[in-house]
Design a binder for this molecule. Structure first.
Ligand SMILES: [Zn+2]
Length: 162
């Protein structure tokens, strides 16, 4: 986009797209990896992404914000992001109208996260099965449905499949 327009996007609302707010400070890159924003590059999608880092926040002291112009983040990806960053808020914008999406911790997660146990059948090199986890919400853990291996919500960034 033209530079003037980019400046406008930095400070003002976008008309169509997604704003992920209340990401902990300096974690926007981790968030964009979990949200698979790199796939937008592979798709050569006509979108613009702004990452605001270390912005002053009443609630958190400091925070990061990701604005994605002309792209709606997948709700399932937002749910997975909220495992790691429970305070995030997700705003979808259509025609300038904002609707909030409240991410929820899913009961099960399929396909997005690798099992930490290397010998797990879901990590097999030949004919691997789709990784499946159930969430143990109180303990903030994921449990592999094949081998029972446990993975803390906070370790999701290192095991996310992009
Ligand atoms: Zn496993």
């Amino acid at each position: 986009m033209p530079e003037k327009e980019a400046e406008r996007m930095l400070v003002s609302r976008i008309e169509e797209g997604t704003v992920i707010d209340h990401i902990p400070d300096w974690r926007a890159d981790t968030a964009s990896r979990i949200l698979r924003l790199d796939k937008l590059a592979r798709m050569q999608a006509d979108v613009s992404v702004v990452k605001l880092q270390n912005v002053t926040s009443k609630q958190l002291g400091r925070k990061d914000i990701i604005k994605i112009d002309r792209w709606h983040v997948d709700e399932n990806d937002a749910d997975i992001l909220s495992l790691v960053f429970p305070n995030i808020t997700v705003n979808y914008i259509d025609d300038g109208k904002v609707s909030k999406y409240t991410p929820k911790v899913p009961d099960t997660i399929e396909g997005r996260i690798r099992c930490p146990e290397l010998l797990c059948i879901s990590n097999a090199e030949r004919e691997p099965v789709v990784p499946k986890f159930i969430t143990l919400k109180k303990d903030r853990l994921l449990q592999c449905q094949y081998c029972d291996a446990l993975l803390g919500f906070d370790s999701v960034p290192e095991h996310v499949r992009t």
